[in-house]
Design a binder for this molecule. Structure first.
Ligand code: ADP
Length: 502
């Protein structure tokens, strides 16, 4: 009897395979980082072939670390960095270009051109839930077809396939050119700007306006069903692949946010606050995104409101790699603890423009409020505080859009090990911040989706039962200080606007 589920987590910085037991506990993890290819300012690419090699490697690694054999695993789920776009040749399996990563801003011109039509930046919002922005996949596909020699002709002849990373991994795992499945799930499809949120099908009019031939697009299936099996070659040969969720939706599922009103915030490369709004999509009037939360087999679709923040943990990486102020990400806590507060400095990391709730692609980063007084410790603090302030911005938008005030926030991701940040987050939000025992919620969510499809878990009650609290931070800051600091932050944000001129 198979006692484990594996999840492949194809993330922005690395690819992981994690094996979980029935209690949702991590049994083994294997992880390999891939190159961040930065050809020019604002461009971010990954090599899809490198990622496919890493995927095979981590699957083997996780099995070896857990000392398991194939028959111990009941099924495999996939979760992935969302929006990142690959276009490849269906006959050779060769990508026609590197994957264009979600943070990449090269589609600025395409997006501005599309936004000139009636309705402006929000012209597709009622159908897709999204504002026009460089973030989403549709404009990235268009860029590849416009800029790679011969790509548009090949796409129109039906020779090319598009996929987000879930689709790329699934197609390769199920055989690639030898019968690979060209499939995605509605959570990933809802980030392309090409899918109708209500029907969960590709919108032919939007595809035409974006110049994307529909023959390139994968079939949209549910988030939890047996799509197919691993090709016979490779360590997972023959296992069912039965769950796909975009990383943030997977974390929402893994955090057991299964009833309307439940929310989680993931602190990784960027931050993503998702609120379950139930089976009807709620359109935002305050700069949030409406997205599919999950669709389990033939059950009704569950929707979320999402506040997407591009740069949080990656600002800590920048401080380490580009500035050299710290030697490792966790060291920032020590440095920030050397001072009482930010010394008046505010760091707005608009490196990819600003996402929610501002959606300003003309913004670029600033450090505001500098005086001779400000030292390394203050800057370290300002870097951490930027994450908390940006979270407050999206939490406020969410309160207004949903009409319900957030009472507590479930958190996960790499940055939640930072106690100073978690305390400041509780302080600046004025609500409790709760960290669960299993912090690998993204992979766990994909494992749940896969496990539900094969009967390994019987239903949502199993997911709820597996969730357990690890630590809670309560707000301690005075209301007056909280509001004063937030006011200064908001002033700093305005200084980023309009930096990039057309
Ligand atoms: P992702 O899944 O997006 O690759 P993770 O959830 O693994 O990200 O989180 C990694 C991010 O968290 C990195 O950007 C890193 O800089 C940041 N990070 C990790 N540990 C800490 C820490 N102790 N304090 C602050 N930031 C941290």
């Amino acid at each position: 009897m198979a006692s484990y589920i594996a999840a492949i987590d194809q993330g922005t910085t690395s690819t992981r395979c994690i094996v979980f037991d029935h209690a949702g506990q991590v049994v083994a993890v294997d992880q390999v980082e891939h190159r961040q290819i930065l050809p020019r300012a604002g461009w971010v690419e990954h090599d899809p072939m490198e990622i496919w090699t890493n995927t095979r490697q981590v699957c083997a690694g996780a099995l070896a670390k857990a000392d398991l054999v194939l028959s111990d695993i009941a099924a495999v789920g996939i979760t992935n960095q969302r929006e990142t776009t690959v276009v490849w040749d269906r006959h050779t399996g060769e990508p026609v270009y590197n994957a264009i990563v979600w943070q990449d801003t090269r589609t600025d011109g395409i997006v501005s051109e599309l936004a000139r039509g009636e309705g402006g930046q929000n012209r597709y919002q009622s159908r897709t839930g999204l504002p026009l922005a460089t973030y989403f996949s549709g404009p990235k596909i268009r860029w590849i077809l416009d800029n790679v020699d011969g790509a548009r002709d090949r796409a129109e002849r039906g020779e090319l396939m598009f996929g987000t990373m879930d689709t790329w991994v699934l197609w390769n795992c199920t055989g690639g050119t030898d019968g690979g499945l060209h499939v995605t799930d509605p959570t990933n499809a809802s980030r392309t700007m090409l899918m109708d949120l209500r029907t969960l099908s590709w919108d032919p009019d939007i595809c035409a306006e974006f110049g994307v031939p529909m023959s390139m697009l994968p079939e949209i299936r549910s988030s939890s069903e047996v799509y197919g099996h691993f090709r016979s070659r490779g360590v997972l040969g023959g296992l069912p692949i039965s769950g796909i969720l975009g990383d943030q939706q997977a974390a929402t599922f893994g955090q057991a946010c299964l009833t309307p009103g439940e929310a989680k915030n993931t602190y990784g490369t960027g931050n993503f606050l998702l609120l379950n709004t139930g089976t009807e999509p709620v359109l935002s009037e305050n700069g949030l995104v409406t997205t599919v939360g999950y669709k389990i087999d033939d059950k009704p679709t569950v929707y979320c409101l999402e506040g997407s923040i591009a740069v949080t943990g990656s600002l800590v990486q920048w401080l380490r790699d580009n500035i050299g102020l710290i030697g490792s990400a966790p060291e920032i806590e020590q440095l920030a603890s050397e001072v009482e507060d930010n010394g008046g400095a505010y760091f707005v990391p608009a490196f990819s423009g600003l996402f929610a709730p501002h959606w300003r692609s003309d913004a670029r980063g600033v450090i505001a409020g500098l005086t001779r007084f400000v030292n390394r410790g203050h800057l370290a603090r300002a870097v951490l505080e930027a994450t908390a302030f940006q979270t407050r911005e999206v939490a406020e938008a969410m309160n207004v859009d949903s009409g319900v005030d957030l009472k507590a926030l479930k958190v996960d991701g790499g940055m939640v090990n930072n106690e100073l940040l978690m305390q400041f987050q509780a302080d600046i939000l004025g609500v409790s911040v709760i960290r669960p025992k299993v912090n690998e919620t993204t992979a766990l969510g994909a494992a749940y989706a896969a496990g539900l499809a094969v009967g390994f878990w019987s239903g949502e009650k199993d997911i709820r039962a597996n969730w357990a609290e690890d630590k809670v931070w309560e707000p301690k800051m005075s209301e007056q200080l909280r509001e004063q600091q937030y006011h200064e932050w908001q002033k700093a944000v305005t200084k980023t606007f309009g930096w990039v001129e057309e």
